[in-house]
Design a protein around this ligand. Sequence first.
Ligand SMILES: [Zn+2]
Length: 190
Amino acid sequence: MTHPTHPAKLIVVHGSMFAGKTEYLIARLRQAAVEGRHVKAFKHAIDNRYDPTHLVTHTQDRFDAVPVSGAAALLEQAVGADVVAIDEGQFFRHELIPVVQTLLNRGVEVIVAGISNDAWGRPFEPLPQLIEMADEVVTKQSPCRVCGAPSPYTQRLSPVDTLHMVGGLDDYEPRCAAHFTPLPGPPERR
Ligand SMILES: [Zn+2]
């Protein structure tokens, strides 16, 4: 399954919400498809904000994606792909790390997009671990909604009781460090 001209590698694209991570993912997938490589995109089944079977950008661009219940299901469904893309990698939590390693060992190119920092301002795992493993890291930061500076943080504007950060788009804004206010009292990791 190893593509002779494309050695296995891991690309991580991370940043705040609204920063163009999914746009970037789709562009890479389209380029790989043009090169004749077999691409497969995945999203977590809990991420159904726009469309359960497509990656969808904030500008409504779309790319076919397979919804999966978790990292193990992703690995099963990835058989035969030369390039595997995973949107919103934080939804897969730590189980994503060994699955990405297994795909790399199979010779697959893996592209993971995800949010850098959670609503409490902490690194959003497993993105930090994946960034350490990555051959290529792309940072996407949208302008702070208050001052326009590049924003590594995603401000939650309404109360939240889970770590998933799934919510309406109106619940979030990109914010720079100066204008980011972490949510009080992180919930226990579940
Ligand atoms: Zn700011």
